[in-house]
Design a protein around this ligand. Structure first.
Ligand SMILES: NC(=O)c1ccc[n+]([C@@H]2O[C@H](COP(=O)([O-])OP(=O)(O)OC[C@H]3O[C@@H](n4cnc5c(N)ncnc54)[C@H](O)[C@@H]3O)[C@@H](O)[C@H]2O)c1
Length: 248
């Protein structure tokens, strides 16, 4: 088991990629903390994770709120659990809107959840990893949108680009302490987030992906497992983009 006795905090674990990562990490022996905005979905993943025989709990959390993220980590401290792996994954697609029509609310709604949420989660996790003195792994969820742009999704593209650059800088801050910060930039993956996009985009997703299909959440969870485990001990500040060839 690659994560035996490690504790992994996963934001947005109630659905899609976060859920798949939580289940995969549980199969590898990790204790799981589910930080999810949607309480019912978080509880559902919690039951699935517990069914794999590992300890876990869920804390309803809005990652765009600094206070909520502090409370999440206080709840973990109260349990006496350390933190070995932090996965900043929670996100929403927002609505595709050309930039000249985008409102302040639409902009901030996406940027705060993705970029500020990643900052809040990283800050709290790294504080604890430093105090523990045995390193750790931070995995941030960017997107292929950061690498090639998503027309109509300027706030999403900017937030995901910010996450990618944030990862590079922070990775250098803590490499010497054995805290490895890396980033995943998936292409199109079959999760509920795609339901927010117009139907006519789907054929385009497949047509633009040389592998000829949309990815499955488990294929992203496999990359997250690599970055969380000692298998990636020399990997720092990198972006891995599982994308079926959409961007090379
Ligand atoms: N699916 C894709 O094609 C794809 C591609 C690239 C990147 N991503 C990124 O992967 C991450 C996960 O997306 P997904 O595809 O699994 O989508 P999803 O909608 O299936 O899951 C996202 C989860 O995040 C939760 N969430 C949303 N806002 C939150 C908040 N403020 N606080 C806490 N939780 C919140 C949602 O309730 C949901 O459970 C996102 O950051 C997304 O941008 C997805």
């Amino acid at each position: 088991m690659k994560l035996k006795d490690k504790v992994a905090v996963i934001t947005g674990a109630g659905s899609g990629l976060g859920r798949a990562i939580a289940l995969r990490f549980a199969e590898e022996g990790a204790r799981i903390v589910i930080a999810e905005l949607n309480e019912a979905k978080g509880e559902e993943t919690l039951r699935e994770v517990q069914a794999k025989g590992v300890e876990a709990f869920a804390v309803p959390t809005d990652v765009s709120s600094s206070d909520a993220v502090s409370n999440l980590f206080k709840a973990i401290d109260d349990r006496g659990w350390p933190i070995d792996v932090m996965v900043n994954n929670a996100g929403n697609a927002g609505q595709l809107t050309p930039v000249h029509l985008m409102t302040d609310e639409q902009w901030h709604g996406v940027v705060h959840v993705h970029l500020s949420g990643t900052f809040y989660g990283t800050r709290e996790a790294v504080k604890r990893m430093l105090a523990q003195g045995r390193g750790g792994a931070v995995i941030n969820m960017s997107s292929v949108a950061a690498l090639r742009g998503l027309p109509g999704g300027s706030s999403y593209t900017a937030a995901k680009g910010g996450i990618l650059s944030f990862t590079k800088g922070v990775a250098q801050e803590y490499a010497a302490q054995g805290i490895r910060v890396n980033c995943i930039a998936p292409g199109w993956v079959e999760t509920p987030i795609l339901e927010n996009l117009p139907d006519e985009i789907r054929p385009m997703m497949v047509a633009n992906t040389p592998l000829g299909r949309i990815g499955q959440p488990e294929e992203i969870a496999a990359v997250a497992l690599f970055l969380a485990s000692d298998e990636s001990s020399y990997v720092i500040g990198q972006t891995i983009s599982p994308n079926g060839g959409l961007h090379t």
